[in-house]
Design a protein around this ligand. Structure first.
Ligand code: NAD
Ligand code: UDP
Length: 320
């Protein structure tokens, strides 16, 4: 194996972000092992890679130890949408915490670098805006989102304890709302929900009055940030925010989706879910400065590509 070609493990590799990362690392000539239990991931997402001799897929739950020899680990395994992570909340916490312990143990044994897909959810319903990495967050420890938020917070703690205690090389990023092709059509996240509803001519379900804000990053930009983070010198541990700092109210997102598709859908208002953060937007100064990274795909451009994907998917399903 050449010095630049690495053996890379991606947990959650058959999911939305993981499959894009698999593709990018295979295209760069690396040897990729995708590990997934297919809870929210799909074989379709990695189907195009299965014939590639540098790609391997393994069905495995990260709550159990894994013994492989690799140079780098990207730990993405965890359901990410509120609907999916609240479906079996105990399993969600186990995946974050036991998954982190197992991947850190593996990294320690084989001396691999290990990357953690953390989340803006660790800031909870933030009282600081935009969110900087030194903000400690405002999470309800006993609410329905806590299985995810606290699981991810504990995973961060484990990463930094392995760094301090064992000098394990860690890379922690906090991901803000990301969208694009291969989002699960039924995962309940706002971009996929709105697009699928509009394409089907159904009403668009806005939760609350739609004034809550989010900032949406296109998937290609995000995975570029992952790779840049992994390539940083060992003293760069993070956490570093990755996301698009252009914030919009959810209601405006709905209007944009309707405009793009030319749909006749109407907005219908539903109750705001418990503990739904009212505003969220990343401060990405660190990512700019340390990684030389910032998003390049504007929301309208990214929405157009994502709409095209879902349009094709729904047509194929209709044809089936
Ligand atoms: P996703 O649900 O599409 O992908 C998660 C993948 O992990 C799926 O393929 C799923 O089957 C797999 N998985 C779940 N539990 C597992 C387990 N116990 N063992 C093995 N595999 C398991 O979600 P995504 O959007 O691709 O998110 C990927 C990672 O990024 C997650 O860790 C998520 O918390 C983080 N993240 C994503 C976003 C976003 O906006 N997409 C935002 C913040 C953080
Ligand atoms: N949302 C909405 N309608 C939907 C799905 C979500 O109004 O059909 C809102 C949700 O209440 C939240 C925002 O959109 O305020 C983003 O939700 P998502 O589940 O995508 O991610 P979150 O940022 O909450 O993890």
């Amino acid at each position: 194996m050449s010095l630049t070609r690495k053996r890379i493990l991606i947990t959650g590799g058959a999911g939305f972000l993981g499959s894009h990362l698999c593709e990018k690392l295979i295209a760069a000539g690396h040897d990729v092992l995708c590990v997934d239990n297919y809870f929210t991931g799909r074989k379709d997402n990695i189907a195009a890679l299965l014939d590639n001799p540098n790609f391997e897929a393994l069905r495995h739950d990260v709550c159990f130890p894994l013994y492989v020899e690799v140079d780098e680990i990207y730990n993405l395994a965890c359901p990410a949408s509120p609907v999916h992570y609240q479906f079996d909340p105990v399993q969600t916490t186990k995946t974050s915490v036991s998954g982190a312990i197992n991947m850190l143990g593996l990294a320690k044994r084989v001396k691999a670098k290990v990357f953690q897909a953390s989340t803006s959810e660790i800031y909870g319903d933030p009282t600081v805006h935009p969110q900087t990495e030194d903000y400690r967050g405002n999470v309800n420890t006993i609410g329905p989102r806590a299985c995810y938020d606290e699981g991810k917070r504990c995973a961060e703690t484990l990463f930094f304890d392995y760094w301090r205690q064992h000098r394990t090389r860690i890379k922690v990023v906090r991901i803000f709302n990301t969208y694009g092709p291969r989002m699960h059509p039924n995962d309940g996240r706002v971009v996929s929900n709105f697009i699928v509803q509009a394409l089907k001519g159904e009403d668009i379900t806005v939760y609350g009055d739609g004034s809550q804000t989010r900032a949406f990053c296109y998937v290609d930009d995000l995975v570029e940030g992952f790779v840049r983070m992994m390539a940083t010198p060992d003293e760069v541990t993070g956490p570093i925010n990755l996301g698009n700092p252009v914030e919009i109210p959810v209601r405006e997102l709905a209007e944009r989706v309707i405009r793009h598709i030319g749909a006749k859908s109407k907005l219908v208002y539903k109750p705001l879910p418990v503990d739904d953060p009212l505003q969220r937007c990343p401060d990405i100064s660190k990512a700019r400065q340390i990684l030389g990274w910032e998003p390049t795909v504007a929301l309208d451009q990214g929405l157009a590509r994502t709409i095209e994907y879902f349009d094709r998917l729904l047509r194929e399903r209709g044809a089936d």
